[in-house]
Ligand binder design. Structure first.
Ligand SMILES: [Zn+2]
Length: 307
């Protein structure tokens, strides 16, 4: 069954080590051959600038990741750079759609032109923060009661104008509630349910409902600490989150965002993109094939084609 995955950190690895080959290097959970083996049809590649990079070097690091995407990802045979969501419906047999996203606005400082440059390079989803404070907002490891910063208005206005999806993964609670009424398109690219696993990176039922009231989606993440607060988890425990979300808002608003290549701990039998169909097999114990197809592919496709 075809998959759309909303989050991986391949670019961070590629930009730091040019000996890694996106085609089949086993240091990549989501290398091209593994994506093909798992039937991942569309993969979102995040630009993630680690907080240990000095502030003045962060934008350069973001650009290096865009470069890595252009040089090593979309040059591979069959990989299509998705710059317009309509391209998804024209992907041919054997082709994979590659989408850029920005995980946190830390690299732009207070310079809207830096954000514009990244959007012009093809970024289609933007998160305001990673885990910490930046010039736009506060992340999930900061005080949940701190709201968006003044510069966020300009950022959100620009992203709305460009029809970019605002990604609430990693945003703190008050920032979330302030962003929602302002955002045109909103989604959580890699988050689980806080009711099932109490972690600030997961979403409360109220947050899930509010995202869906805006037509948005929640894509579950495969990181064990966000599944059960442990370093290991089973596929069935991930499905507990999926079942909860589906009961809450319906299957058409739930999808996947593995976080492969950004995580050190993995789900058993779902440790890289080639094993994606193990999840599909296990989901067949809970849902029909048609329902799983909506979750794994069609729900997201329908959403972005309406943007
Ligand atoms: Zn993340």
């Amino acid at each position: 069954m075809k998959i759309i995955d909303l989050h991986c950190d391949v670019l961070n690895k590629l930009s730091r080590n040019d000996e890694i080959d996106f085609l089949n290097d086993l240091r990549l959970d989501s290398n091209l051959e593994r994506l093909q083996a798992g039937n991942v049809k569309v993969q979102v590649f995040a630009i993630f600038v680690h907080p240990n990079i000095p502030i003045e070097k962060r934008f350069e690091s973001a650009l290096q990741q865009v470069d890595a995407f252009k040089k090593f990802v979309i040059t591979k045979p069959g990989v299509v750079h998705i710059t317009d969501w309509n391209q998804i419906q024209h992907l041919q047999e054997g082709e994979i759609g590659a989408v850029l996203s920005l995980e946190g606005c830390d690299c732009i400082g207070t310079d809207i032109n830096k954000l514009k440059a990244l959007v012009e390079a093809g970024v289609k989803l933007v998160g305001l923060t990673w885990n910490y404070e930046n010039d736009v907002a506060y992340g999930t490891l900061e005080d949940p009661n701190k709201g968006l910063k003044p510069f966020s208005k300009e950022v959100i206005h620009y992203l709305n104008e460009q029809d970019i999806i605002l990604d609430v993964a990693h945003l703190n609670d008050l920032g979330f509630y302030e962003l929602l009424p302002m955002a045109k398109h909103v989604m959580a690219s890699h988050c689980n349910s806080r009711t099932i696993c109490n972690n600030p990176r997961n979403l409360t039922d109220e947050q899930v409902k509010q995202i869906v009231e805006k037509g948005g989606r929640i894509h579950v993440v495969f990181y064990p600490p966000f599944i059960n607060n442990l370093e290991t988890a089973t596929i069935d425990q991930l499905i507990d989150h999926i079942n909860h979300l589906v009961k809450l808002v319906g299957i058409e608003h739930v999808g996947f965002g593995s976080d492969f290549d950004g995580i050190d701990f993995k789900i058993e039998s779902l440790s890289n993109a080639s094993e994606y169909q193990q999840l599909i097999k296990a989901l067949l114990n809970h849902f029909t094939e048609e329902e799983i197809n909506i979750m794994s592919y069609q729900g997201f496709e329908k959403y972005v084609l309406s943007i």
